[in-house]
Design a binder for this molecule. Structure first.
Ligand code: F3S
Length: 640
């Protein structure tokens, strides 16, 4: 039996373990990426390991999230990151150069290599045939230090694309269809490997839209083969020399298969407030729209924005609609400026933002109260836009542009024939906003402004845990619920004491005070606890407040790993119905935790307040047990 593409790359990088789904493996990491909202912590953690230079083939530190500078905080972070990159051997992509995933695809991605990124949409590079995984910053810091990345071997799903997309159906509609079928939980513990004859009609930026938003299924990553389409993209980027042909063996086996007929797809939209709440555009509405946002790491490529410019050319946005456009990278921005498309966008009334995450992470452009926003981004969780009662719909750039013109959610097929836009023979290449590491690191001084606070470190796990249920939440709680983003909180990412005031802010603002008064405690969650982003602050800051365990029905992958990395015990109910028997403020006691973890035994969770005992399980590997007992990955790594 031959190998699939995922297995081939993993075998090439395997440090320990075997590729049996469910077994722990360790792989060598070739490249890392960090962005500023997670990168400050990652570099503080790297510093704490005492390693002088990164040991990967390539590490890049991007600034793209916190670019709105309403106070000194973000600028302090940028300076810190610029100096740490120079000193420790990473490339530094300056604010203004673009969104990490878009820039990485354009300038750094290499087929067949492994990439670990402290951002959940790192799988974007899977569009180039990389095995690209999003994790917490601490895992990236360890990889920068030369450590392998450990994960439980996922099941590999072959997503076979058949036929060809109909006019106005797009890559965004492909991934929305995948989400409709798999839901936001259906990819957990899986890698989505694309194949089938339909892939040859999809360009690399289109493939990257699909692998980007595969993160919303909970998948570990998504990947396309590296073929002639990949080669053409790399050639146009002036990087053909890094191309290799890579694909599955003809007799490769997969754990699952998902078939999608591209020719049957039509424009789709994810309705509030979940990326899997997907419906055909024609079935939603009539829906008046207040704002259209075109951008983000999902859909802000040259191809995307050229199509938008062609749709808007010679027209003007509807009077009710505020249209904002953020090009994905400086390369895209420069090319739009050079070929006149930018002038078409401006003439149509678009408000052009800098190349950054911007509205996607709630940094500016919050919709009006109760407003409807149609966005090309990848997440529409309640409140993420910055307006608590806004309703956000996720759609393709074509649907978004058509909607901006009519002022109502519009199926772009109403516009007639779609624009024909091809990839350029040559992209505009100018890497002067990417600073190489310093040749003389000893001369580089790390610049620490007042926003850079020392790194909190967890205590080793006590032998018995006793604590109050600080909060009981429902299913699909996102990292945005646990640790919100947005213009107020994001600038505090390198200042954990200040961030601690915002834990669960939108769910229960009294949480931080209660956690402090109780000296920490336990969180009770439903299914898929911690879905969404890779932000380790959703584990790090609760750790800072003394949270010792999270007892949930199930966890999202990255968040569960982050909890372990910060010494918080993630445990699941053996009987999910026991969830209903716990209330906020109940005092729980878990004895002989160390012994049970080391023996792989179930944990007895005693409800001291109501006098009954339930059983819970920590599905952790022996290595993860060691990490939790040590009080997190940093302690574990430093111990050697
Ligand atoms: Fe940025 Fe939004 Fe992507 S925050 S990295 S554009 S998901």
């Amino acid at each position: 039996m031959g190998y699939n593409l995922t297995q081939k790359i993993l075998l090439n990088h395997l440090v320990s373990g075997t590729l049996q789904p469910g077994q722990e493996i360790a792989i060598k990491i070739d490249q890392t990426l960090t962005q500023d909202a997670t990168g400050t912590m990652a570099y503080l953690q790297f510093e704490a390991m005492g390693i002088p230079r990164v040991k990967t083939e390539l590490s890049v530190s991007y600034v793209d999230h916190n670019t709105l500078q309403t106070g000194f905080e973000n600028a302090d972070d940028h300076r810190f990151l610029q100096s740490t990159a120079a000193k420790y051997g990473a490339y530094f992509s300056r604010a203004g150069n673009g969104i990490c995933h878009q820039v990485h695809l354009e300038r750094f991605g290499v087929p067949g290599k492994t990439l670990l990124g402290s951002d959940s949409h790192t799988p974007t590079a899977g569009g180039l045939g990389m095995l690209a995984i999003g994790v917490g910053g601490l895992d990236v810091a360890v990889a920068m230090g030369g450590g392998p990345f450990h994960m439980v071997m996922p099941r590999v799903v072959n997503v076979r694309l058949h036929g060809r997309l109909a006019p106005w159906a797009t890559a965004k509609d492909v991934i929305l269809e995948v989400l409709r079928r798999l839901t936001v939980k259906g990819g957990v513990g899986k890698i989505l490997e694309y194949g089938g004859e339909g892939i040859k009609y999809l360009t690399v930026p289109e493939r990257a839209t699909i692998t980007n938003m595969g993160a919303e299924t909970g998948a570990t990553t998504s990947i396309f083969p590296s073929d002639e389409v990949t080669r053409a993209f790399l050639r146009a980027q002036g990087r053909e020399e890094v191309w290799v042909e890579l694909g599955p063996d003809p007799d490769a086996a997969y754990d699952e298969v998902l078939d999608i007929d591209l020719s049957s797809l039509e424009p789709l939209v994810a309705c509030p407030h979940s990326p899997d709440n997907v419906k055909p555009v024609r079935e939603v509405g009539p829906l008046a729209v207040d704002q259209v946002v075109i951008g983000s790491c999902t859909n802000s490529s040259y191809l995307d924005l050229m199509k938008v410019a062609a749709i808007l050319k010679g027209k003007v946005v509807h009077p009710r609609v505020s249209l904002v456009i953020a090009p994905g990278s400086r390369q895209v921005y420069a090319m739009l400026a050079q070929n006149g498309a930018l002038a078409d966008l401006v003439a149509a009334g678009a408000r052009i933002l800098e190349c950054a995450c911007g509205p996607c992470i709630g940094m500016g452009q919050a919709p009006p109260s109760g407003g409807v926003s149609v966005r090309t981004i990848n997440r529409n969780f309640k409140g993420r836009s910055g307006t608590a009662d806004a309703r956000v719909y996720l759609a393709s750039p074509e649907t978004a542009a058509a909607t901006a013109l009519t002022g109502r959610l519009t199926d772009p097929r109403e516009l007639g024939d779609p624009p024909e836009i091809a990839l350029p023979e040559r992209f505009h290449v100018d890497d002067r906003m990417i600073l190489p590491p310093a040749d003389n690191p000893d001369d580089v001084e790390i610049v620490r402004g007042p926003n850079i606070k020392p790194l909190p470190v967890a205590e080793p796990l006590p032998r018995s845990i006793q604590g109050r249920v600080l909060i009981k939440v429902g299913d699909n709680i996102t990292t945005d619920h646990i640790m919100p983003a947005g213009a107020k909180v994001l600038p505090l990412r390198s200042n954990i004491p200040a961030m601690a005031e915002y834990v669960f802010a939108a769910v229960d603002p009294s949480f931080p005070r209660r956690a402090r008064e109780a000296g920490g405690g336990i969180i009770v969650g439903g299914e898929n606890y911690g879905q969404g982003s890779s932000r380790e602050h959703a584990a790090l800051v609760p750790m800072y407040l003394g949270v010792k365990a999270v007892l949930a029905k199930s966890f999202a992958r990255i968040h569960r790993d982050n909890l372990i990395n910060f010494g918080i015990l993630p445990i699941t109910f053996i009987e999910p119905a026991d969830y209903d028997r716990l209330e906020q403020d109940d005092v729980l006691q878990i004895d002989q935790v160390h012994q049970a973890l080391q023996d792989g035994a179930d944990l007895e969770v005693k409800n001291v307040t109501r006098n009954f005992t339930i059983k819970a399980r920590a599905q952790v590997t022996p290595r993860q047990v060691e990490i939790i007992l040590a009080g997190g990955l940093l302690n574990y790594t430093r111990r050697g």
